[in-house]
Ligand binder design. Sequence first.
Ligand code: CMC
Length: 374
Amino acid sequence: MSQAQPYFPGLDGVLAGETAISTIEGGLQYFGYAVRDLAEDASFEEVAYLLLHGNLPTEEQLADFEAVLIEASHVPAEVIDFMATIPLHVGEMDVLRTAVSALAHWDEDPTETSDITKAERLLGQIPILIAARYRQRQGFRVLRPQQDLSIAGNLLYLITGEEPSEFQEKAMNVSLILYAEHEFNASTFTARVVTSTKSDLYSAVVAAIAALKGPLHGGANEQVLRQLQQIDSLDEAENWFHQLMAKKGLLMGFGHRVYKEGDPRAVVLKDYCVRLAESSGNTRLEEIAECIERLARDKRGLYPNLDWPSARLYYYLGLDVDLYTPLFVASRVTGWCAHIIEQAAHNRLIRPRAKYIGKSDLTFEPLSERDQSE
Ligand code: CMC
């Protein structure tokens, strides 16, 4: 390979494969449907069906799919008991990664990759794992899902123990739809790399969870709230922003590798934040967020990504910060599985080259003859 070959640090702008699942070009679309329309009118279950099957369901197909998900949500008691043995200081994302890995051991054929049944099972099981660990940590009883609630409604019910209002369920539904799929983002690409070696679906999902956890990716939604919590009042917001910028800190929930003038998903979700804040009678956080948005745009040309409103949305829904990235997993597992299945169906090992910047042609000296002074 010639060292003059084009090199794109961070694979910025590189087309690393083909997909029919989603595109960012001309507005985010899942299998050709504008995500804005899906967020407005579809349920997360319909979108999950779309991502896994490639088409929107009929009423009958959706009813069957929902029945399958309820059936699939059973988690072996051994896995729930095992989670309870993990030290309580271990965070939700770490336990979720371990628990998904453990689920593979109760699958009769964990090696099959291109199997929608496994994806459906994970989609049903992950909310149970997230809520079970949360409630174990709090010392609360682990709950069973309610058959008449959606995935969004059940996530809220299983975690908090309270049935959500219609609007709370809708807001969670929209956030799950917006988080579900996003082309070759870092965690999805990770899942495709693992799949390309002909490894199994569980391994690819576990690796994707590990990639999502990082604060430059999905872990950002937790960091957003932690940063917002450092600002006590609107009066402090401007000073806080300038101090962060002066020390070259990262403003979490802002910037994006692809969207340089704003993430359209963030615009959709912001509206739900405003409405939830208004209905709670406390809009202080929205006012602070608005101020930070204005400063980031005007002073640094930075725009919010989806993690910016998501963090506030989950806060308004009364959820602990530690749950925010796991909730991202509960949704993105659909996109990951769609990509895993697509990669397996048109596989070629993903194995790029590196630009070498190290030393060359050094003379090897046997151990006894090497300079021993260090
Ligand atoms: N705060 C402060 N400065 C920033 C930020 C930010 N959030 N984002 C970018 N910049 C700076 C960056 O440091 C660089 O400065 P310089 O030219 O002085 O080195 C300049 O803006 C251009 O950066 P870029 O090339 O546009 O950034 P990138 O494509 O390498 O990184 C990113 C994208 C998402 C990693 C980055 O914007 C970031 O770290 N954001 C904060 C973390 C975050 O919100 N992540 C969520 C990503 S989107 C949803 C998801 O995956 O969950």
